[in-house]
Design a protein around this ligand. Structure first.
Ligand SMILES: Nc1ncnc2c1ncn2[C@@H]1O[C@H](COP(=O)(O)OP(=O)(O)OP(=O)(O)O)[C@@H](O)[C@H]1O
Length: 296
Protein backbone atom coordinates (compact mmCIF):
# COMPACT_ATOMS: atom_id res chain seq x y z
CA UNK A 1 0.00 0.00 0.00
CA UNK A 2 1.24 3.48 -0.68
CA UNK A 3 0.45 5.51 2.43
CA UNK A 4 0.95 8.78 0.52
CA UNK A 5 -2.14 8.16 -1.55
CA UNK A 6 -4.31 8.59 1.55
CA UNK A 7 -4.26 12.36 1.90
CA UNK A 8 -3.70 15.51 0.00
CA UNK A 9 -1.93 18.06 2.27
CA UNK A 10 -5.23 19.74 3.20
CA UNK A 11 -8.36 17.59 3.32
CA UNK A 12 -11.07 18.37 0.74
CA UNK A 13 -14.07 20.42 1.89
CA UNK A 14 -16.60 18.23 3.70
CA UNK A 15 -19.82 17.78 1.78
CA UNK A 16 -21.35 15.28 4.15
CA UNK A 17 -22.10 15.35 7.88
CA UNK A 18 -19.02 14.63 10.01
CA UNK A 19 -18.72 11.18 11.55
CA UNK A 20 -17.73 12.59 14.93
CA UNK A 21 -20.51 14.68 16.33
CA UNK A 22 -20.09 17.62 18.70
CA UNK A 23 -22.53 17.83 21.60
CA UNK A 24 -24.97 20.70 21.34
CA UNK A 25 -25.60 21.42 24.97
CA UNK A 26 -22.94 20.27 27.46
CA UNK A 27 -25.29 20.86 30.41
CA UNK A 28 -27.56 17.94 29.50
CA UNK A 29 -24.76 15.66 28.19
CA UNK A 30 -22.95 14.86 31.41
CA UNK A 31 -21.47 11.98 33.34
CA UNK A 32 -22.67 13.05 36.80
CA UNK A 33 -23.35 9.97 38.91
CA UNK A 34 -22.82 7.53 36.01
CA UNK A 35 -20.57 4.60 36.89
CA UNK A 36 -17.44 3.88 34.80
CA UNK A 37 -18.81 0.68 33.25
CA UNK A 38 -21.77 2.51 31.69
CA UNK A 39 -21.41 3.79 28.09
CA UNK A 40 -24.85 5.33 27.57
CA UNK A 41 -27.36 6.59 30.10
CA UNK A 42 -30.57 8.60 29.80
CA UNK A 43 -32.48 9.85 32.81
CA UNK A 44 -36.05 11.13 32.56
CA UNK A 45 -35.43 12.29 29.03
CA UNK A 46 -38.24 14.28 27.40
CA UNK A 47 -38.41 15.88 24.00
CA UNK A 48 -41.21 17.99 22.54
CA UNK A 49 -41.30 19.42 19.03
CA UNK A 50 -42.94 22.74 18.36
CA UNK A 51 -45.19 22.68 15.33
CA UNK A 52 -45.80 25.65 12.98
CA UNK A 53 -48.88 26.95 14.80
CA UNK A 54 -46.67 26.98 17.92
CA UNK A 55 -48.14 23.87 19.53
CA UNK A 56 -45.74 21.75 21.59
CA UNK A 57 -46.04 18.04 20.69
CA UNK A 58 -44.50 15.54 23.12
CA UNK A 59 -42.33 13.02 21.22
CA UNK A 60 -40.22 11.44 24.00
CA UNK A 61 -41.70 11.04 27.47
CA UNK A 62 -39.62 10.38 30.56
CA UNK A 63 -37.20 7.92 28.93
CA UNK A 64 -34.64 6.29 31.24
CA UNK A 65 -32.22 3.42 30.53
CA UNK A 66 -28.54 2.58 30.67
CA UNK A 67 -26.24 0.53 28.44
CA UNK A 68 -23.11 -1.08 29.92
CA UNK A 69 -19.79 -0.60 28.10
CA UNK A 70 -18.71 -3.19 25.53
CA UNK A 71 -22.20 -4.42 24.60
CA UNK A 72 -24.39 -4.46 21.50
CA UNK A 73 -27.91 -3.18 22.22
CA UNK A 74 -30.94 -2.85 19.94
CA UNK A 75 -33.52 -0.06 19.99
CA UNK A 76 -36.93 -1.33 18.82
CA UNK A 77 -40.52 -0.22 18.66
CA UNK A 78 -43.42 0.46 16.27
CA UNK A 79 -43.17 3.15 13.55
CA UNK A 80 -43.26 6.65 14.96
CA UNK A 81 -42.56 5.62 18.59
CA UNK A 82 -39.50 7.92 18.77
CA UNK A 83 -36.46 5.70 18.04
CA UNK A 84 -34.76 8.07 15.56
CA UNK A 85 -35.45 11.07 17.77
CA UNK A 86 -33.85 9.30 20.72
CA UNK A 87 -30.82 8.30 18.60
CA UNK A 88 -30.42 11.91 17.41
CA UNK A 89 -30.44 13.11 21.02
CA UNK A 90 -27.80 10.51 21.95
CA UNK A 91 -25.73 11.64 18.95
CA UNK A 92 -25.97 15.25 20.12
CA UNK A 93 -27.72 16.39 16.95
CA UNK A 94 -30.92 17.34 18.82
CA UNK A 95 -31.18 18.69 22.38
CA UNK A 96 -33.70 17.15 24.79
CA UNK A 97 -36.37 19.37 26.33
CA UNK A 98 -35.55 18.02 29.80
CA UNK A 99 -33.66 15.18 31.48
CA UNK A 100 -30.00 14.22 31.25
CA UNK A 101 -27.97 12.18 28.77
CA UNK A 102 -24.53 10.65 29.02
CA UNK A 103 -22.81 9.03 26.01
CA UNK A 104 -19.17 8.02 26.28
CA UNK A 105 -16.89 9.83 23.79
CA UNK A 106 -15.80 9.72 21.08
CA UNK A 107 -19.18 8.69 19.67
CA UNK A 108 -20.09 8.17 16.03
CA UNK A 109 -23.31 7.98 14.10
CA UNK A 110 -23.62 5.62 11.11
CA UNK A 111 -26.46 6.48 8.74
CA UNK A 112 -29.11 4.20 7.30
CA UNK A 113 -27.93 4.92 3.75
CA UNK A 114 -24.16 4.32 3.45
CA UNK A 115 -24.03 6.48 0.30
CA UNK A 116 -24.57 9.47 2.63
CA UNK A 117 -21.42 8.60 4.52
CA UNK A 118 -18.78 6.97 2.30
CA UNK A 119 -17.20 9.91 0.52
CA UNK A 120 -13.78 8.99 -0.88
CA UNK A 121 -12.91 7.06 -4.05
CA UNK A 122 -11.30 4.01 -2.40
CA UNK A 123 -11.97 2.01 0.75
CA UNK A 124 -8.57 2.90 2.23
CA UNK A 125 -8.97 6.63 1.62
CA UNK A 126 -12.51 6.61 2.96
CA UNK A 127 -11.61 4.92 6.23
CA UNK A 128 -8.65 7.32 6.62
CA UNK A 129 -10.76 10.39 5.79
CA UNK A 130 -11.93 11.18 9.33
CA UNK A 131 -8.32 11.04 10.56
CA UNK A 132 -7.57 14.09 8.42
CA UNK A 133 -8.60 16.21 11.39
CA UNK A 134 -5.47 15.06 13.26
CA UNK A 135 -2.76 16.84 11.25
CA UNK A 136 -0.01 15.61 13.59
CA UNK A 137 -0.84 11.94 13.13
CA UNK A 138 1.94 10.11 11.25
CA UNK A 139 1.16 8.23 8.06
CA UNK A 140 2.24 5.01 9.81
CA UNK A 141 -0.33 5.60 12.55
CA UNK A 142 -3.02 6.40 9.95
CA UNK A 143 -2.15 3.25 8.02
CA UNK A 144 -2.17 1.10 11.12
CA UNK A 145 -5.56 2.48 12.27
CA UNK A 146 -7.08 1.92 8.81
CA UNK A 147 -5.84 -1.68 8.69
CA UNK A 148 -7.02 -2.43 12.25
CA UNK A 149 -10.45 -0.92 11.59
CA UNK A 150 -10.92 -2.75 8.28
CA UNK A 151 -9.77 -5.97 9.91
CA UNK A 152 -12.39 -5.48 12.63
CA UNK A 153 -15.23 -5.43 10.08
CA UNK A 154 -13.78 -8.16 7.84
CA UNK A 155 -12.89 -5.77 4.97
CA UNK A 156 -9.09 -5.73 5.02
CA UNK A 157 -8.83 -7.45 1.63
CA UNK A 158 -10.90 -4.64 0.06
CA UNK A 159 -8.52 -1.82 0.98
CA UNK A 160 -7.73 -0.71 -2.57
CA UNK A 161 -11.22 -1.30 -3.97
CA UNK A 162 -13.10 1.63 -5.53
CA UNK A 163 -16.06 2.45 -3.28
CA UNK A 164 -18.58 2.27 -6.12
CA UNK A 165 -17.79 -1.42 -6.69
CA UNK A 166 -18.93 -2.40 -3.17
CA UNK A 167 -22.30 -3.84 -2.18
CA UNK A 168 -24.57 -1.93 0.24
CA UNK A 169 -23.49 -4.13 3.15
CA UNK A 170 -19.80 -3.69 2.33
CA UNK A 171 -20.29 0.09 2.23
CA UNK A 172 -21.96 -0.09 5.67
CA UNK A 173 -18.93 -1.96 6.99
CA UNK A 174 -16.56 0.64 5.50
CA UNK A 175 -18.62 3.39 7.21
CA UNK A 176 -18.35 1.49 10.50
CA UNK A 177 -14.58 1.05 9.96
CA UNK A 178 -14.29 4.84 9.45
CA UNK A 179 -15.91 5.34 12.85
CA UNK A 180 -13.63 2.75 14.46
CA UNK A 181 -10.48 4.27 12.94
CA UNK A 182 -11.29 7.41 14.90
CA UNK A 183 -11.18 5.21 18.02
CA UNK A 184 -14.84 5.78 18.78
CA UNK A 185 -16.22 4.31 21.99
CA UNK A 186 -19.91 4.41 21.10
CA UNK A 187 -21.43 3.55 17.73
CA UNK A 188 -24.98 4.80 17.07
CA UNK A 189 -26.32 2.79 14.13
CA UNK A 190 -29.56 3.84 12.45
CA UNK A 191 -31.46 0.96 10.81
CA UNK A 192 -28.39 -0.22 8.91
CA UNK A 193 -29.94 -3.35 7.50
CA UNK A 194 -33.23 -1.92 6.18
CA UNK A 195 -32.12 -1.68 2.55
CA UNK A 196 -29.83 -4.74 2.49
CA UNK A 197 -30.42 -8.26 1.23
CA UNK A 198 -30.39 -11.12 3.74
CA UNK A 199 -26.70 -12.07 3.41
CA UNK A 200 -25.56 -8.43 3.68
CA UNK A 201 -27.83 -7.91 6.71
CA UNK A 202 -26.22 -10.84 8.48
CA UNK A 203 -22.72 -9.77 7.37
CA UNK A 204 -23.10 -6.28 8.87
CA UNK A 205 -24.67 -7.39 12.12
CA UNK A 206 -22.11 -10.17 12.62
CA UNK A 207 -19.25 -7.74 11.92
CA UNK A 208 -20.57 -5.35 14.60
CA UNK A 209 -21.14 -8.16 17.07
CA UNK A 210 -17.71 -9.66 16.50
CA UNK A 211 -15.87 -6.39 16.85
CA UNK A 212 -17.65 -5.67 20.11
CA UNK A 213 -17.14 -9.09 21.60
CA UNK A 214 -13.57 -9.54 20.31
CA UNK A 215 -12.75 -5.99 21.50
CA UNK A 216 -11.05 -5.41 18.16
CA UNK A 217 -10.20 -1.88 17.06
CA UNK A 218 -8.83 -0.92 20.47
CA UNK A 219 -10.71 -0.84 23.79
CA UNK A 220 -14.36 -1.43 24.61
CA UNK A 221 -16.79 -0.39 21.89
CA UNK A 222 -20.51 -0.12 22.66
CA UNK A 223 -23.17 -0.06 19.94
CA UNK A 224 -26.83 0.93 19.90
CA UNK A 225 -28.56 -0.39 16.81
CA UNK A 226 -32.00 0.84 15.73
CA UNK A 227 -33.98 -1.90 14.02
CA UNK A 228 -37.45 -3.10 13.05
CA UNK A 229 -36.33 -6.70 12.73
CA UNK A 230 -37.13 -8.82 15.76
CA UNK A 231 -34.81 -11.58 14.54
CA UNK A 232 -31.81 -9.23 14.94
CA UNK A 233 -32.35 -9.33 18.71
CA UNK A 234 -30.71 -12.75 18.64
CA UNK A 235 -27.35 -10.99 18.14
CA UNK A 236 -27.84 -8.41 20.89
CA UNK A 237 -26.78 -8.36 24.52
CA UNK A 238 -29.58 -6.03 25.48
CA UNK A 239 -32.49 -4.03 24.10
CA UNK A 240 -34.66 -0.98 24.65
CA UNK A 241 -38.28 -1.34 23.54
CA UNK A 242 -40.30 1.85 23.00
CA UNK A 243 -43.96 2.62 22.44
CA UNK A 244 -45.54 6.04 21.97
CA UNK A 245 -42.44 7.97 23.07
CA UNK A 246 -41.84 5.90 26.21
CA UNK A 247 -39.28 3.24 27.09
CA UNK A 248 -41.58 0.37 27.93
CA UNK A 249 -38.93 -2.31 28.58
CA UNK A 250 -35.14 -2.38 28.68
CA UNK A 251 -32.68 -5.02 29.77
CA UNK A 252 -31.24 -8.26 28.47
CA UNK A 253 -32.23 -9.14 24.92
CA UNK A 254 -33.98 -12.44 25.73
CA UNK A 255 -36.29 -10.82 28.31
CA UNK A 256 -37.20 -7.96 25.98
CA UNK A 257 -37.82 -10.45 23.13
CA UNK A 258 -40.16 -12.51 25.37
CA UNK A 259 -42.00 -9.31 26.30
CA UNK A 260 -42.49 -8.27 22.65
CA UNK A 261 -43.60 -11.78 21.63
CA UNK A 262 -46.11 -11.90 24.49
CA UNK A 263 -47.48 -8.51 23.34
CA UNK A 264 -47.73 -9.75 19.76
CA UNK A 265 -49.55 -12.93 20.70
CA UNK A 266 -52.00 -11.10 22.97
CA UNK A 267 -52.65 -8.70 20.07
CA UNK A 268 -53.23 -11.65 17.71
CA UNK A 269 -55.58 -13.23 20.31
CA UNK A 270 -57.51 -9.95 20.50
CA UNK A 271 -57.87 -9.82 16.72
CA UNK A 272 -58.88 -13.49 16.69
CA UNK A 273 -61.52 -12.85 19.38
CA UNK A 274 -62.86 -9.80 17.50
CA UNK A 275 -63.06 -11.87 14.30
CA UNK A 276 -64.85 -14.66 16.20
CA UNK A 277 -67.36 -12.14 17.63
CA UNK A 278 -67.81 -10.60 14.19
CA UNK A 279 -68.45 -14.02 12.58
CA UNK A 280 -70.83 -14.96 15.43
CA UNK A 281 -72.78 -11.72 14.90
CA UNK A 282 -72.90 -12.27 11.13
CA UNK A 283 -74.08 -15.89 11.60
CA UNK A 284 -76.72 -14.72 14.06
CA UNK A 285 -77.96 -12.08 11.68
CA UNK A 286 -78.02 -14.57 8.75
CA UNK A 287 -79.92 -17.13 10.86
CA UNK A 288 -82.37 -14.47 11.96
CA UNK A 289 -82.99 -13.42 8.37
CA UNK A 290 -83.37 -17.06 7.32
CA UNK A 291 -85.99 -17.64 10.03
CA UNK A 292 -87.84 -14.49 8.95
CA UNK A 293 -87.72 -15.63 5.31
CA UNK A 294 -88.99 -19.14 6.18
CA UNK A 295 -91.80 -17.63 8.29
CA UNK A 296 -92.75 -15.43 5.37
N1 LIG B 1 -39.57 17.99 14.46
C1 LIG B 1 -40.72 17.32 14.59
N2 LIG B 1 -41.91 17.95 14.57
C2 LIG B 1 -43.06 17.29 14.74
N3 LIG B 1 -43.14 15.97 14.90
C3 LIG B 1 -41.98 15.27 14.90
C4 LIG B 1 -40.72 15.90 14.75
N4 LIG B 1 -39.76 14.95 14.81
C5 LIG B 1 -40.40 13.78 14.99
N5 LIG B 1 -41.73 13.97 15.03
C6 LIG B 1 -42.77 12.95 15.25
O1 LIG B 1 -42.36 12.19 16.36
C7 LIG B 1 -42.71 10.84 16.23
C8 LIG B 1 -41.48 9.99 16.39
O2 LIG B 1 -40.66 10.10 15.23
P1 LIG B 1 -39.36 9.20 15.04
O3 LIG B 1 -38.84 9.45 13.67
O4 LIG B 1 -38.44 9.45 16.17
O5 LIG B 1 -39.97 7.75 15.17
P2 LIG B 1 -39.34 6.32 14.78
O6 LIG B 1 -39.69 5.40 15.90
O7 LIG B 1 -37.90 6.48 14.46
O8 LIG B 1 -40.17 5.96 13.49
P3 LIG B 1 -39.84 4.96 12.28
O9 LIG B 1 -39.75 3.59 12.88
O10 LIG B 1 -41.02 5.10 11.39
O11 LIG B 1 -38.55 5.42 11.66
C9 LIG B 1 -43.36 10.71 14.85
O12 LIG B 1 -44.76 10.76 15.04
C10 LIG B 1 -42.88 11.94 14.12
O13 LIG B 1 -43.82 12.37 13.16
Amino acid sequence: MNGNCLFSPSPPPRLFPPRSIPSLSPSVYRRTGVSDDVAVECRNLCFSATTRPGISVPILRDCSFRIPSGQLWMLLGPNGCGKSTLLKILAGVVNPTSGTVFVEKPKNFVFQNPDHQVVMPTVEADVAFGLGKYPDMSLEEVKSRVITALDAVGMRDYMQRPIQTLSGGQKQRVAIAGALAEACKVLLLDELTTSLDESDQLGVIKAVKELIHAKKGGGDVTALWVTHRLEELEYADGAVYMENGRVVRHGDAATVLDFIKAKQSSYIDQIGFSLYCHRFAVNLSVSHRLIQTLKW
